[in-house]
Design a binder for this molecule. Sequence first.
Ligand SMILES: *Cc1c(COP(=O)(O)O)cnc(C)c1O
Ligand code: SF4
Length: 335
Amino acid sequence: MKAELRRRPLWQTELANSVTSPAELLRMLDLDPEQIAGDDIRGNFPLRVPRGYVRRMARGDINDPLLRQVLPVREETVQTPGFGPDPLQELKNMPEPGLLHKYHGRALLTVTGACAIHCRYCFRRHFPYSEANPGAGDWQSVIRYLCRHTDINELILSGGDPLSLSNQRLVRFSEQLGEIPHLQILRIHTRMPVVLPERIEQHLLEWLDHLRLKAVVVIHCNHANEINDEVADALSRLANAGATLLNQSVLLKGINDTGTDLARLSEVLFATGVLPYYLHQLDHVAGAAHLEVDDRTACTLMDELHAVLPGYLVPRLVREEPGKPGKTLLWPTAR
Ligand SMILES: *Cc1c(COP(=O)(O)O)cnc(C)c1O
Ligand code: SF4
């Protein structure tokens, strides 16, 4: 290994070694690359998946729920009415580059477009990060906005994946945030603990431990098979550093759309110290229509969860709708 590679943190090496070729991915899983046409349709959202995540996939199963989250498939090219590039009209709610302020008390900042994994259902798959990004770590206009808006007590770091940023940049930015007196909570929406648990290393944990703001980490796990010993270990280290751990999932056809899968997800999450928060209905982003579960089926699944799980393990079924004061709750249906 070259000297410069050795100096790199392990997680960055893992990230750089991610699988980006559908044919290679299928060969690793003993599947025939000819079986699926992936290479020609990945377009501007190419396949990307860390090797540690691939090792959690079952071999020889084209319907593996982890594989299905990352493998580009022909259905993505189908145009579906109502599915567009910016389903949440986020670009309309951006008072500063990258900053979304739609809900009372909290604002959401996309700090990077980079992710460790590319999820085929992602509602930001067409997001113009080059326009929406606050640039090379210069969040001055965002800081000024937060200072002016004394009603904002929580900043949500989103992306992309905010933990794609180096520890150094996280430290520098959070120091500035720490000086804003009305800001109390730093929420981090990240898929890293699940897809690249190596990212939860000592320096990151020290940063969390010393943060003035209360840290909430919302992981993004869609299936119990995503949680292996390394992930469980990363999660317990986050909890030990003082972070409150919550999970959000996206309801995905053919991936996690059974009561059994969802109940097992909640139980496995709980065993690793994470409470379920949201179960999202898919955002209507172009290229993801084939993964949508209709609301009726989704509510039936919620009934099933309600019948077998304690209340604190039942996630809230929601949809993100433009112009609403918060996420729209879809279940229970009676009002
Ligand atoms: C989802 C979202 C939030 C967070 O909403 P919670 O209900 O607090 O989880 C905040 N801002 C924006 C723009 C969002 O899309
Ligand atoms: S933003 Fe989240 S859901 Fe979208 S590709 Fe990145 S990790 Fe996946």
